[in-house]
Design a protein around this ligand. Structure first.
Ligand SMILES: [Zn+2]
Length: 194
């Protein structure tokens, strides 16, 4: 079932997300609905708070992005041997990050029709549980690491625009106000803040 995505300004996007265990009610259904919602909105990542569930759960698909890229772009955006991931992250924590940073444009399903350049570490090491609730420790790079950091941020009540300089954010205020009121149309179901 495709779920409505909360828009910028909705209070749940700023709520503290809590850890879950394998007994979380209807977890499999929630994860399935989140994949359907993400693909239905043409997204490459989705976090549970974006569908009104403030728990530490998110999805990332960097494989579709990889598959669409030409060889030259792959060299710039993906590390060698990384062909993208399709992964569910539960109770994820960043345990290490590279000093090396890079900047690329990001967008967010909760903030339609907007994209801004964001600087983030090139690589991160994550500890998390996968969909089968098996503990994982893995290092990710490039676009895959960027998508993970963006979604992880959602579970920490952080939106990618929070990484912009205050002046830049101020300039976007009018647009963000429109988004929160539902005046910017998305091609997928949304739930608006106001
Ligand atoms: Zn987002």
């Amino acid at each position: 079932m495709q779920l409505p995505i909360l828009s910028y300004g909705h209070s749940v996007l700023r709520e503290q997300c809590h850890d879950i265990d394998s007994g979380y009610p209807e977890l499999t259904k929630l994860i399935e609905n989140m994949w359907e919602t993400m693909y239905g909105a043409n997204g490459c990542g989705l976090a549970a708070p974006q569908v009104n569930v403030p728990v530490r759960l998110f999805l990332v698909d960097s494989k579709t992005t990889y598959d669409k890229m030409d060889d030259r772009s792959r060299e710039d955006y993906f590390a060698a041997n990384d062909t993208g991931i399709i992964e569910t992250f539960i109770n994820a924590a960043i345990i290490d990050e590279s000093e090396e940073v890079w900047t690329d444009e990001e967008g967010c399903l909760s903030i339609p029709a907007l994209a801004e350049p964001i600087t983030r570490p090139w690589s991160i090491t994550m500890e998390y549980f996968n969909r089968e609730f098996i503990r994982q420790t893995k290092t990710f790079y490039g676009t895959t690491a960027r998508m993970i950091q963006h979604e992880y941020d959602h579970t920490e009540r952080v939106l990618y625009l929070d990484h912009l300089k205050p002046l830049k954010r101020k300039l976007l205020q009018g647009k963000l106000e429109k988004i929160s009121k539902g005046l910017v149309k998305a091609k997928y179901p949304m739930k608006f803040a106001k």
